[in-house]
Each structure stands twice: as C-alpha cells, then as structure tokens.
Write a protein that binds this ligand. Structure first.
Ligand SMILES: Nc1ncnc2c1ncn2[C@@H]1O[C@H](COP(=O)(O)OP(=O)(O)O)[C@@H](O)[C@H]1O
Ligand SMILES: [Mg+2]
Length: 141
C-alpha cells in the first residue's frame, strides 16, 4: 500500500473541455479507508479513474508516497479498481474472483491463498467464499 496525495487536481473531458473535477486537494494515508460521497455527476468516478491512471489529469499533481504519478501509465501504478458492475465474474467463486488479479500477476499460489484468506477472514465471509459463485450471492447472503 501507499499514501496518496492530490494537489489541485482537475479533469476536463473532451473537445468542450467540460470540468469534471475541479482542483481537488486530498491526502490519504497508507492503510486509511476513505469514502468519496456526493451526488451523481460530482466527479467521484473520475477522481478514482485519475488515481488509477485510466484518465490523465488536466491539471495539478498526483503522488503516491511522494513519487509523482501524473505521467505514469496505469500498469505502472499498482492500483486496483473494482467498478460497480462488470468487474466480477459471476461464474467464478468469490475465492477465484479475488485470486484472479494475483494469478494474472503470477503471484505464488501459497501467497494468493494467504492473502485471499486474510481478506475474507477480515470481511467475515471466509467459509462461504470457497463454494459460492458470485451470481448466487444475492440469494445466498
Ligand atoms: N468519459 C467522459 N466524457 C465526458 N464527460 C464525462 C465522462 N465521464 C464523466 N463525465 C462527466 O464528468 C462529470 C463527473 O462524472 P463522474 O466522475 O462520473 O461523476 P460521479 O461518479 O460522481 O457520478 C459529469 O458531468 C459527467 O457527465
Ligand atoms: Mg460514479
């Protein structure tokens, strides 16, 4: 994990240069849990996409642990992002959904097991995750 710092970060979209994010200053400490709350269209998703590098900032500076990330592409940022929809495979078990990203990065099997298990234990849903498919979750929980 890392700390995140945004300084006067702005995002303008498209030819019209409409302003989606307006000079955001934000500090998130390593391990801190932060929620962005606001009405639809206020720029929450855009802010997250800027952190992940899926959008380029139009102005300001974004750093992780004091390293300037503004021009670093998404694959160089080590940021994971789960969208509201589509990110989870309904046919895989919860365990396999969580393991998928690490498998893609060729993390050692034992380490994947350890990290998935540790996250699930914290979330209090470890046992069910082994066998429940994502598509069954609404019925199962
Ligand atoms: N790809 C895009 N192209 C143009 N405008 C966009 C795009 N994505 C979002 N916007 C606009 O940027 C503003 C912020 O959107 P968004 O970040 O999705 O807000 P939120 O997630 O808070 O609902 C909105 O006015 C939205 O219409
Ligand atoms: Mg959104």
């Amino acid at each position: 994990m890392a700390s995140i710092r945004m300084r006067a970060v702005s995002k303008r979209y498209g030819k019209t240069e409409s302003l989606a994010v307006d000079r955001v200053d934000l500090d998130i400490a390593e391990g801190e849990f932060v929620v962005l709350l606001g009405p639809s269209g206020c720029g929450k998703t855009t802010t997250l996409r800027l952190v992940a590098g899926l959008e380029r900032v139009s102005g300001g500076e974004l750093s992780f642990d004091d390293h300037l990330m503004t021009d670093v592409p998404p694959e160089g940022r080590n940021v994971g992002m789960v969208f509201q929809n589509y990110a989870l495979d309904p046919h895989m078990t919860v365990f396999r959904n969580l393991a998928f990203g690490m498998q893609a990065r060729r993390t050692a099997k034992a380490e994947i097991g350890r990290r998935v298990w540790s996250g699930l234990t914290r979330a209090g849903s470890a046992r069910r995750a082994l066998s429940t498919r994502r598509a069954q979750l609404t019925e199962a929980t």
